[in-house]
Ligand binder design. Structure first.
Ligand SMILES: Cc1ncc(COP(=O)(O)O)c(C=O)c1O
Length: 387
């Protein structure tokens, strides 16, 4: 089956003779076993709300079909998908290799929480190949964490090379696959042990819930992930699992449109005098573009534009004039966003030396002419502020 079919078909209810098209929301903490034998059998089935209801199972099944792994488990947020996956494979005295382009809260988790428990983190250049990673591996390195492309600076990572280096040292490769939404890139097929997502973004797609997904390549990895989530007490509400599942039904159509609108905006922005550089994996100038061409089947709606240096009051005028592009921390929803971001604050292995401000754009599903019009007005406001 192609992904577009899987997105429509996976995680559907199986009851007969009649059933709703989508698995409905089942809210429960307590499940009652009809007999003692059922209770004994319970461990294999639906037993308690925190361990998942049929609503959760439907989402897990759909994500597994999309990512192409052994099993998917849910976390209450994308961030907890990252942190639980890291905790599943580390103990005091261990070492982690983390991409320098990582989502900042993932980074803070390593620098603060993991450190308190005696796990050391080394940051690596997101463009590192097998040799560079091999040189950073230590006997106690338990995992290599990648985020491809980075969600602020968009370096595309060489996952097969990272997998080779990690596996040579008996470490796991964990990939944050949120940008590609499990649709444009399949990290598990490229050698990753775990592909995780903030389903909050494209899978849910409507900016109204928080969910994380963790897909494991094999049974042993899946067992460790399951145990970590269980012992942490993680729980996703059935309502949020349902929303993410419903979002997935239209994922392929939405992503095609996000891609198309991003492509149009990139072409338009490249011609603007105010713009110094666009960072988008589909452009030759993007770090890791050749890897994107090899390993991805498309691009989502999130990209960066470095402006030529501009005084803060003029930048403020630009943002305050935007009506369709909202200023919000997230992305992956149906709406367009634009945010001034500061990668220089979140780096240690590499440097971010751009002179002008970096704007992160999320191309939503609006009419492309209206989006360009919104930016045109904002650039005009910026020009007025410069006079
Ligand atoms: C790449 C990436 N991973 C993980 C997360 C965390 O997701 P959540 O906000 O659902 O915790 C985000 C959120 O912005 C993200 O951009």
């Amino acid at each position: 089956m192609k992904d577009t079919t899987k997105l429509a078909a996976a995680g559907r209810p199986h009851q007969r003779p009649a059933h709703p098209v989508n698995t409905p929301v089942e809210r429960a903490s307590t499940y009652l076993f009809p007999s003692y034998d059922d209770y004994l059998e319970g461990a294999k089935a639906i037993t308690y709300g925190r361990l998942g209801t049929p609503t959760h199972r439907a989402l897990e099944e759909a994500v597994t079909a999309l990512e192409g792994g052994f099993e998917t488990r849910l976390a209450p947020s994308g961030l907890q998908a990252c942190t639980a996956a890291i905790l599943a494979f580390t103990a005091a005295g261990d070492h982690v290799l983390m991409t320098d382009s990582a989502y900042d809260p993932t980074r803070k988790f390593c620098d603060n929480f993991l450190k308190r428990f005696g796990v050391e983190t080394t940051y690596y250049d997101p463009l590192a190949g097998e040799e560079e990673i091999a040189a950073l591996m230590r006997p106690n390195t338990k995992l290599v964490f990648a985020e491809s492309p980075g969600s602020l600076t968009f370096e595309v990572q060489d996952l097969p090379a990272l997998a080779a280096a990690a596996h040579a040292g008996a470490a796991k490769l964990i990939v944050d696959n949120t940008w590609a939404a499990g649709y444009f890139c399949k990290p598990i097929a490229l050698g990753a042990d775990v592909s995780l997502q903030a389903a909050t973004k494209y899978l849910a797609g409507h900016s109204d819930c928080l969910v994380g997904t963790i897909t494991s390549a094999d049974e042993q990895t899946a067992h460790k992930i399951f145990k970590a989530l269980l012992q942490l007490g993680s729980n996703v509400s059935a309502d949020d699992a349902y929303l993410a599942q419903r979002g997935m039904r239209t994922l392929s159509t939405r992503l095609d449109r996000h891609q198309q609108n991003a492509d149009e905006l990139v072409k338009w922005l490249r011609k603007r005098d105010e713009v110094a550089r666009i960072i988008h994996p589909a452009l030759k100038s993007c770090p890791g573009h050749a890897v994107w061409k090899r390993d991805f089947t498309g691009a989502s709606g999130l990209f960066g534009a470095v402006l030529k240096p501009v005084p803060l009051p003029a930048l403020k005028a630009f943002f305050n004039a935007l009506k369709l592009f909202g200023m919000g921390f997230s992305w992956g929803g149906f709406e367009s966003l634009c945010l001034h971001v500061h990668p220089e604050k979140h780096r240690s292995a590499t440097e971010w030396n751009e002179e002008g401000p970096l704007l992160r754009f999320h191309a939503g599903l609006e009419d492309i002419g209206d989006l360009k019009g919104d930016l045109e007005r904002a650039f005009a406001a910026m020009a007025r502020a410069l006079k």
